[in-house]
Design a protein around this ligand. Structure first.
Ligand code: PHE
Length: 470
């Protein structure tokens, strides 16, 4: 066809898009409740270890593979070896599954922008029950999810440069401002110090194999790794963009956002005498409650907070949608429009199942697996697919690609230095696969949903066996 592959127009645009993908509900909705449920400081410490030793390593590998092959998730593997196609397919599947619950939460955030200024805060004691009633309603969350999904469709249909890059460049800086002001306010509250202690002083007594798996899954989820997303974004990179520093910047930004979200939530939470173990409702229940105590400025700050939450979710979900869309364009020759619309319809069906599983179907679970759809999508991707996907990209890059080729790609043909290449290569080839193997094995053994873990691993094994036919 001879058409040039789309490119990011500037490095800044790429960084905003990649950081936009990484920074998301994972940082602001998920990280605080996971940290809350897993003991705070100890979780943070383990999480940081995974982020910097494994996450940053895998991110650089994904950028490199994407730019080297100029292909998205599946094509990148396939162009090297058909035996590896399955690893790309797991990525595309993960994108579908994550998009099976992400827009549900994105829809909640959108709804809470309006709820913040229409009386939600006037009766603080009713906030938890309002959230419960809202997410279990058979119609309202679906309507908001639909609206949220529409935003995604509009952005991704416009393509990489005009859509994703432009949106990220405007939205990311805005978000930084918003989140910092909320965190800044929280820090000034009396009693806030307890929250700092909870978040930053590790207490290892609650740490188990489960904690490690939760932290590893969260690291991959939050950095958008292990499913071809950063491979896809890397494939749109210009040859002169610096890969290693880009990976370092994105990793650091993502981590700062998670910590800032923690600082926005925990000090205020303790200042108002609430419990950190709230679960997935943490942001939607505790944050409005905090704002409700602030008088007339509360509703405005709350609205700002949920706009920020919606924005970060959006720049992430467009990247998830893009993984599937790029696959269909690259491998199946679909038009962008057809790919976006078809993919979104399937995702909307998944999301509908996920949303209803929290309401009218909350008593029903998938036979044998013992979880509802929301948890099925969430747990399967986060605790199995992303970790294994990260392990596979590490093994693939470390063992299937040539060391010299990698070095040439990362150093832009020797024009930019990468002093720690050997260390990176070692971390990638040996440390990452072995560490993930350990954590996945012992974590899955100790998991609360053993049947689902077995299902996930077997699914990957079967895919791998039939990979040549894919
Ligand atoms: N990183 C995103 C977040 O933290 C979620 C995501 C996962 C996006 C995987 C793309 C790929 O919310």
């Amino acid at each position: 066809m001879g058409t040039e592959r789309e490119n990011w127009s500037t490095r800044f645009g790429f960084l905003m898009a990649a950081a936009g993908s990484a920074v998301g509900l994972g940082n602001i909705w998920r990280f605080p409740y996971l940290a809350g449920a897993n003991g705070g400081g100890a979780f943070l410490l383990i999480y940081l270890g995974f982020v910097f030793f494994i996450g940053a390593t895998v991110m650089l590998a994904e950028f490199t593979v994407g730019r080297m092959t100029q292909k998205s998730a599946v094509g990148a593997y396939k162009s090297v070896s058909r035996n590896w196609t399955f690893a790309g397919i797991i990525g595309v599947l993960s994108a579908f599954l994550i998009m099976g619950f992400y827009p549900v939460v994105g829809g909640w955030a959108t709804a809470y922008i309006f709820k913040s200024v229409t009386g939600l805060l006037s009766e603080p004691s009713a906030i938890p029950s309002t959230f419960g009633a809202f997410i279990s309603d058979p119609v309202r969350p679906l309507a908001w999810m639909f609206l949220y999904m529409l935003f995604n469709i509009v952005i991704v249909i416009r393509g990489v440069g005009k859509g994703i890059e432009t949106a990220s460049k405007v939205l990311m800086p805005m978000l930084i401002l918003l989140l910092f002001s909320v965190a800044g306010y929280g820090m000034t509250l009396p009693g806030a110090i307890e929250g700092f202690r909870f978040l930053f002083v590790p207490d290892f007594s609650a740490v188990t194999a489960r904690t490690f798996l939760a932290a590893l899954g969260q690291a991959f989820f939050s950095l958008s790794l292990g499913m071809g997303c950063m491979v896809t974004y890397g494939s749109y990179l210009a040859k002169d963009t610096k890969l290693a520093s880009s990976a370092a910047i994105v990793t650091t930004m993502d981590t700062l956002f998670a910590i800032t979200a923690g600082v926005a939530i925990f000090p205020a939470l303790f200042a108002f005498g609430m419990e950190p173990t709230e679960g997935p409702g943490l942001v939607f229940v505790v944050v409005p409650q905090i704002f409700a105590q602030m008088g007339f400025i509360g509703p405005v700050l709350s609205m700002i907070f949920f706009i920020a939450l919606m924005i970060v979710a959006l720049t992430s979900s467009v990247s998830l949608l893009e993984v599937v869309v790029a696959y269909l364009i690259d491998e199946k020759n679909w038009t962008r429009r057809k790919a976006v619309i078809t993919t979104s319809i399937v995702m909307l069906v998944f999301c509908t199942l996920a949303s209803l599983s929290l309401g009218i179907w909350s008593d029903w679970t998938i036979p044998v697996l013992g979880v509802g759809f929301f948890d099925f999508f969430d747990i399967l991707t986060d605790k199995v697919f992303l970790a294994i996907g990260g392990m596979l990209i590490a093994i693939f890059t470390g063992f299937r690609l040539k060391k010299e080729d990698l070095k040439r790609e990362i150093t832009n043909e020797g024009t930019v230095p990468f002093a720690i290449f050997e260390l990176w290569y070692f971390l990638l080839k040996y440390v990452t696969p072995i560490a993930i193997g350990f954590v996945a094995f012992f974590g899955a053994r100790a998991a609360a949903q053993p049947a689902l873990m077995v299902f996930g691993f077997s699914f990957i094994a079967v895919l791998a066996l039939f990979s040549k036919k894919l």
